[in-house]
Design a protein around this ligand. Structure first.
Ligand code: PMP
Length: 395
């Protein structure tokens, strides 16, 4: 008999995998995925950057490298987070990782023992839930309102769970809801982290992709006591296939994460790191990010128009100012997976809300992706979805 560890998920628990597989039928218009728009990948520019890397750093790029990452890339990250987020840091604060997904895992390894409490805003990024669950975390669910994590509820939770080890939060254009935490709440989160001595993991993959409104600095920018670990990625502004993310924080913590990374993969892909360094040297990344934001903004506007036109009355949805996702709530629905099946019959798909919740799932909720949805499909997709939702609401 194969004897797996307790960490291995039980058979039949990969609900999202099953949903994505069902939605992969080409006749289905699927808002279920979560991919960036590949038509904006800067393929020619990246080819040129990689050529330069082979010409100028070929042997370094092909050799084993440091677990912390390529120094030039870490320097670039410290400069960029200062410019964009107001975060002061030095290279020793930064470790490059194999996707920011690896940060979630390393932080789990570093902080979570079986039974430790992890605070999460509910709903939240489901892979983070999977990772912390695999380390035996017990979740403390903190509710959100229209502006994301409720800091009054967070303080209550911190009082009631004094031993909680970690708060995980996606501060900008959250996956799955598209919500963004305003600046006063960010200051409060930093303050509460210091007051209750809890580590915050601030996950910011989407912050650069803003198409409306004003930029809000990171929680990390208000952290004067080294209670915040900040993580981000090149996946949404350049290319997810490169698998390049990073974590920034107190060097004492970064040192430990580095040791843990060594036993995972020794170091992050050298060629990818050098390619990004060279791409930044040869191109205006902000111009590229503006193009991505403009396209996603256009797609989001079409989504809002289509939902207004086709969704039955009473259906609520978020209207994000950036990022790749929005969140829908259909009143009166008790079984979201059943709703998904009905929609699939109409040849349209989404990700049901249930797996995004650490606590009790809110029925009738689901996530829609628009970043990878061609404009000409959006209206037809929402028409089908509107029909399925109307049928479900009128049942
Ligand atoms: N955090 C969040 C909230 C995400 O949505 C994602 C990607 N979907 C990640 C982390 C991981 O991204 P990557 O590993 O590509 O950096």
């Amino acid at each position: 008999m194969v004897q797996f560890s307790k960490r291995v998920p039980a058979d039949g628990t990969d609900a999202v995998g099953a949903i994505l597989a069902a939605a992969a039928d080409p006749s289905v218009i699927s808002f279920a995925g979560g991919l960036p728009a590949p038509e904006l990948f800067p393929v020619a520019e990246m080819k040129k950057a990689v050529d330069t890397v082979f010409d100028e750093h070929g042997r370094e790029a092909m050799q084993y490298g440091a677990s912390r990452g390529v120094t030039e890339l870490r320097e670039l990250i410290t400069k960029r987070v200062k410019e964009r987020e107001g975060i002061d840091s030095k290279v020793e604060n930064v470790m490059v990782t194999t996707g920011s997904e690896q940060v979630l895992d390393l932080v789990g390894k570093a902080f979570i023992d079986e039974g430790d409490e992890v605070l999460v805003e509910d709903p939240t990024y489901l892979c983070a839930l999977d990772v912390y669950r695999s380390y035996g975390a017990k979740f403390v669910s903190v509710p959100q309102d229209d502006q994301g994590l409720r800091v009054d509820a967070l303080e209550e939770a911190l009082k009631n769970h004094p031993k909680a080890k970690l708060l995980y939060t996606v501060s900008n254009f959250q996956n799955p809801t598209g919500k963004t935490m305003p600046v006063d709440r960010r200051k409060k989160v930093a303050e509460l982290a210091a007051k209750y001595d809890v580590m915050v993991l601030e996950d910011n993959p989407y912050g650069d992709i803003r198409f409306e409104g004003e930029h809000v600095p990171a929680i990390k920018a208000f952290d004067t006591t080294d209670h915040v670990l900040y993580m981000s990625t090149f996946s949404k502004i350049l290319a997810p296939g490169f698998r390049l993310g990073w974590v920034l924080g107190d060097p004492k913590v970064i040192d430990k994460l580095t040791v843990l990374k060594q036993s995972t993969d020794l170091h992050t892909d050298q060629l990818a790191q050098w390619a990004v360094v060279e791409f930044f040297a040869q191109n205006d990344i902000n111009k590229h990010v503006d193009q991505i934001s403009a396209l996603y903004g256009k797609r989001k506007d079409l989504m809002i128009e289509g939902m207004k036109k086709y969704f039955p009355e009473g259906v609520k949805y978020t209207n994000p100012e950036g990022g790749m996702f929005l969140w829908v709530k259909v009143p009166g629905v008790t079984d979201t997976v059943e709703l998904f099946k009905k929609c699939l019959k109409e040849k349209v798909a989404f990700v049901p809300g249930d797996p995004f919740f650490a606590g009790k799932p809110e029925p009738g909720t689901f996530r829609l992706n628009y970043s990878n949805m061609q404009e000409d499909k959006i209206e037809e997709g929402l028409k089908r979805l509107g029909k399925a939702l109307s049928d479900a609401v009128n049942e």
